[in-house]
Design a protein around this ligand. Structure first.
Ligand SMILES: [Zn+2]
Length: 154
């Protein structure tokens, strides 16, 4: 065979080193005071997290181009990636995103994404991420409680 050998333009794991940096807006509800303080928590490099988040975002708004690499310039203010050894296997470190005002973490990028999108679209209206849903349910619960507590007897 004397055909010229051609490498595929995009080979898995060998993409161009060029990364398009996507600057994010300043709207954030992140709260540093919710971050974990125990010594077992570490702060890993968050570049792969910012890359995945950028990809989801650009896919959502329709400007993602196949074969390109994108990365957010930073995480929203008050949010940060932490890791800690897994209880059942300490050689594995699980990653969590902290900073949501409710004081709990997002266990994955996919679960953080709706909240991230909410922030990037100006944080107007209700957010339906897993943690904001918890807040909404709590509030709904306390409204119901008031309703039942103060319902007049007939
Ligand atoms: Zn949310």
């Amino acid at each position: 065979m004397s055909l010229p050998q051609r490498l595929p333009l995009v080979e898995e794991g060998h993409e161009s080193e060029d990364v398009v940096i996507i600057p994010i807006g300043s709207v954030s509800d992140g709260d540093k005071s919710t971050w974990p303080t125990e010594a077992r928590f570490g702060m890993p490099d968050d570049s792969s997290y910012r890359e995945k988040l950028a990809m989801l975002w650009l896919q959502k708004i329709g400007t993602y181009e196949e074969g390109m690499r994108y990365m957010l310039n930073r995480l929203p203010d008050g949010y940060a990636l932490f890791d800690r050894p897994r209880g059942t296997d300490p050689t594995i470190r699980d990653r969590f995103l902290w900073g949501h005002p409710i004081g709990q973490y997002f266990p994955s990028i996919l679960q953080f994404f709706p909240h991230f999108y909410h922030l990037m679209t100006g944080a107007a209206g209700p957010c339906h991420c897993m943690l904001c849903d918890k807040v909404a349910k709590r509030e709904q619960g306390s409204v119901l409680l008031q309703y039942f507590t103060f319902k007049p007897f007939r």
